[in-house]
Ligand binder design. Structure first.
Ligand code: GDP
Ligand code: IMO
Ligand code: MG
Length: 428
């Protein structure tokens, strides 16, 4: 069966953890968009892995991991991640990289920083990893693709064209331009190292689908950071929605069987942009500390708020989530008052959708439903029925509001800290 993991909020919902968990039943795990702006954390028997470039199935034996065409890749970081895993004994990585994925060049990183500095008060709050500038070049048809590394003459042509434009831009922004030769030599060196992994992953995945393999597509970021349907312009430069998987991986629409929406039991956001249920009080501090809500990539403290089901409904409307995986609910133990945002008030009216402009979203006031808190430590619980009644009521409300079953309840960072409530493999 073919599954898609989709973050339902602003990222950092626990996608890495649940991808690794579901991966135990998969043959193939695929990252389909984003780059090393993502930080996906896996914990297996107390051993922590922080992944930015590699798919979250990478530490599981026998699983082939694919970086698909929709991704943008920082080659230094990718090789660093591969080497770190090798040092930890993961020497036999089963990895495939799409020849159509785009390369994040050093000038993309410079430009990301320069644009943010220019915008100052209106900055996006990007991770400054060069993601936006790399996708800009992809759309402008002057990007350099992974496959180009394997043909030196063509690579020379591509890099020459790219530098003609990029160096002008860098000079305009008072940034140092790049010399052709050192960049070219480095790309050739990367090509030699990565050659064994580079292939047409669309062909590979289509064959795998025809051969009835179990495949999991792992999104980075979350739906509210979608370039089209998120809180534009405070978004990333790709689409984390399940809807984008066919294009980002080169597979047919009909091949996707189930979408699993990853929902944190509260809400967090890194970077700028509107956040209706944001808290600025001691409840926010409590959740931030208990949930270790500091960015994996940039170490920035994450903004924290109550669970916003208007946001989750927005995701659901866009991509029709079949199941929910409810994450980090252990963090809510002892949180009092405990609330869920169930609607917005905008200009005196109650709405249950995300308005299209950030100006309107910024004027929305949260409408809350209050829940009875629970005090018990739930991190050791493995059966749904053993959860405190108030915790079960919180979960049931989410299911009712979204009219969708919660399949997994995550009560800790470790792979084993997971309650299975529904069988995602069953045919509905
Ligand atoms: P991702 O970007 O969606 O993969 O999420 P991150 O890895 O950036 O952030 C999630 C954080 O929560 C990581 O530190 C995880 O180890 C941790 N985590 C994941 N699931 C749980 C959970 O159920 N409970 C707790 N306490 N931590 C969790
Ligand atoms: P994972 O996969 C949370 C945010 C940045 C910024 C905006 C644009 O770990 O959930 P970018 O560098 O992409 O141009 O930044 O998007 N952002 C994330 N926030 N989790 C992520 O990834 C993110 N990736 C990007 O903070 O607000
Ligand atoms: Mg993250």
């Amino acid at each position: 069966m073919v599954f898609v993991i989709e973050g339902m909020q602003w990222g950092d919902e626990g996608k890495g953890k649940i991808t690794d968990f579901i991966a135990q039943k998969m043959d193939i795990v695929v990252r389909h968009q984003g780059g090393n702006n993502a930080g996906h954390t896996l914990v297996i028997d107390n051993k922590k892995f922080a992944l930015s470039c590699l798919p979250s199935g990478i530490v599981s034996k026998n699983i082939t991991n694919v970086i698909a065409n929709g991704c943008v890749i920082n080659l230094d970081k990718l090789i660093e991640e591969i080497n770190t895993l090798k040092e930890q004994g993961y020497t036999n990585l089963k990895l495939l990289i799409s020849n159509k994925a785009h390369i994040i060049m050093p000038y993309h990183i410079d430009l990301d920083g320069a644009y943010e500095a220019l915008l100052s008060n209106n900055k996006i709050g990007t991770t400054k990893k060069g993601i936006g500038p790399c996708y800009i070049d992809k759309a402008a048809r002057r990007g350099i693709r992974i496959g180009d590394l394997l043909n030196k003459d063509y690579l020379k042509e591509r890099l020459t064209s790219a530098l003609t434009i990029k160096n002008l831009e860098l000079k305009m922004l008072n940034k140092k331009p790049y010399d052709f030769q050192p960049l070219f030599d480095k790309l050739c060196y990367f090509g030699e190292i990565l050659k064994p992994y580079i292939t047409d992953t669309s062909l590979y995945l289509n064959n795998a689908i025809n051969n009835k393999k179990n495949i999991l597509f792992e999104g980075a970021q979350g739906s509210m950071l979608c370039l089209d349907h998120g809180t534009y312009p405070y978004v990333t430069s790709s689409s984390p929605l399940a809807n984008s998987v066919p294009l980002n991986a080169g597979i047919p629409l009909k091949s996707i069987d189930k979408v699993v929406g990853i929902l944190k039991a509260y809400t967090t956001r890194v970077g700028e942009g509107p956040f209706v249920s944001e808290l600025h009080d001691e409840t926010a501090d409590l959740i931030r500390e208990k949930g270790h809500e500091y960015g994996t990539v940039t170490k920035r403290p994450r903004r924290v708020g109550y669970l916003d089901l208007v946001v989750a409904k927005h995701t659901h409307r866009l991509s029709n989530v079949n199941y929910i995986s409810l994450m980090l609910i252990d963090v809510l133990t002892g949180v009092n008052p405990l609330k869920i945002c169930i609607g917005y008030e905008l200009d005196g009216e109650t709405i249950d959708f995300i308005p299209s402009t950030i100006e309107e979203i910024s004027r929305c006031k949260p409408i809350y439903k209050e829940f009875e808190p629970w005090k018990e430590d739930i991190s050791k619980i493995r059966n749904y029925n053993d959860l405190p009644l108030n915790c079960k009521k919180y979960i049931s409300f989410i299911e009712e509001y979204l009219n969708t079953k919660v399949a997994f309840i995550s009560v800790g960072a470790d792979r084993k800290d997971t309650i299975i409530k529904e069988d995602i493999f069953k045919n509905d």
